[in-house]
Design a binder for this molecule. Sequence first.
Ligand SMILES: CC(C)(COP(=O)(O)OP(=O)(O)OC[C@H]1O[C@@H](n2cnc3c(N)ncnc32)[C@H](O)[C@@H]1OP(=O)(O)O)[C@@H](O)C(=O)NCCC(=O)NCCS
Length: 144
Amino acid sequence: MDAAPTPPAAPAAPMMAPPQLADGSELVLRVMPLPADANANGDIFGGWIMAQVDLAGAVLPARIAKGRLATVAVNQFLFKQPVSVGDLLSFYARVTRIGNTSVSVHVQVYAERNPADLQVVKVTEADLTYVAIDDQGRPRALPK
Ligand SMILES: CC(C)(COP(=O)(O)OP(=O)(O)OC[C@H]1O[C@@H](n2cnc3c(N)ncnc32)[C@H](O)[C@@H]1OP(=O)(O)O)[C@@H](O)C(=O)NCCC(=O)NCCS
């Protein structure tokens, strides 16, 4: 008598971009770029990625500032890998400095691509600084 067929091995859990990174960075935004955000080769414009990083980077400073904010500086910006139409981007942020009026953050962006054989790739890293501002647009002390 033939041995019972061995059941196929359970598929490995897909390696999806997690809600938190090992360094404590938290997921602050997920977005998928559209064809309108790409050039003729299907690569996403760097300016579109920078705009999303600016939005994502403001999430944690806004919680600390509890009011109006302005981006004062993009201290570093690194495009490590191209982003393509169809990539699902996850933006992670952690606060790196809290000053008198300003909050600095480190933002990391990961792309989930190729759903049939899922890959998660770091595509961008940046450091930004936001300033709490008052009604006149002047720097204001962060609330204690
Ligand atoms: C943001 C703004 C109000 C700051 O005013 P300012 O008089 O230049 O500010 P200051 O020199 O007093 O610096 C304010 C804070 O920013 C920090 N800062 C200023 N330049 C910085 C830089 N290049 N990198 C990191 N932090 C910086 C300062 O260290 C200070 O932080 P602290 O109080 O925590 O120590 C003003 O520059 C501004 O309105 N800029 C335009 C903002 C804007 O339009 N952003 C784009 C759209 S949101």
